[in-house]
Design a protein around this ligand. Structure first.
Ligand SMILES: [Zn+2]
Length: 254
């Protein structure tokens, strides 16, 4: 009896020691903090309303979902274990419904994943596999949309700058076509180098109660860019997002 009690005590001490080491070493402490930080990944659009139609005839939703499904396991692997995808099955949902879900699930950060298009005046027609489709090869690149008009605006911009920098580091370049001085564009650029635009009226950004941004991963109306999106582009992009979230999480925030 006494021997088994001694063993029990020993076991308790060992568990305690391991727990203390895990929590107090810098790596264990950081890991523990990451676990508590929740990232909500929003897949732009739905199965029924697929967003922009690509130059090769695929819905934007298809591309958004691919990025989200690649991003979530990478975030979990890097320690953000409670991260989740909003509306994972692609069913119909309002924009408010998306931000409500992020709030209800206590997200600390929201990233909405989209792929970009261009104004109709830039589109040309072509035939692809017997289908008549629209394309525009004039513009390519990513851009980041943020609200600088709500309580989280400073953190929105902080996160956007970190993401823009990480994308540039990996060889991506921003598209500035949304800032052109024509009707339908004319968006204010907050940081042209990093492709960051102000978009205060966008519902998903306006109604988010946590820092948020919308990433247009690339322009799927551009035939070449759409092809490259289907190569290693997506992996590099996801690496940039994970790195930016890691940095955002560690930075002292306003
Ligand atoms: Zn979209």
């Amino acid at each position: 009896m006494e021997t088994s009690q001694k063993i029990d005590h020993k076991l308790v001490y060992i568990i305690l020691a391991v727990t203390i080491i895990l929590f107090l070493t810098p790596a264990g402490y950081a890991e523990n903090l990451r676990e508590k930080f929740i990232v909500a990944i929003d897949i732009g659009h739905t199965k029924n309303c697929g967003g922009a139609l690509s130059a090769h005839g695929l819905d934007e939703y298809y591309y958004n979902q691919k990025v989200a499904f690649l991003l979530l396991p990478e975030l979990i692997k890097s320690g953000f274990k409670k991260s989740f995808i909003i509306n994972e099955d692609g069913s119909d949902i309002s924009l408010m419904g998306r931000t409500m879900e992020a709030k209800n699930r206590k997200a600390d950060l929201l990233i909405s994943i989209h792929h970009d298009s261009v104004l109709p005046c830039y589109l040309s027609k072509w035939n692809y596999q017997g289908e008549s489709l629209y394309y525009c090869d004039l513009y390519k690149g990513f851009c980041i949309l943020v609200s600088d008009d709500n309580v989280t605006s400073k953190n929105n911009i902080l996160f956007a700058r970190l993401l823009g920098a990480e994308l540039l580091n990996r060889g991506f370049s921003p598209t500035l076509h949304h800032a052109e001085p024509i009707k339908g564009a004319n968006r204010k650029l907050i940081d042209p180098e990093k492709g960051i635009y102000e978009f205060n009226k966008l519902a998903i950004l306006r109604t988010a109660t946590m820092p948020a941004l919308l990433l247009e991963c690339g322009i799927i109306k551009n035939r070449g860019e759409e092809k490259s999106i289907n190569s290693d582009y997506r992996n590099r992009l996801v690496n940039a997002i994970v790195a930016a979230i890691g940095q955002y999480h560690e930075k002292p925030r306003p």
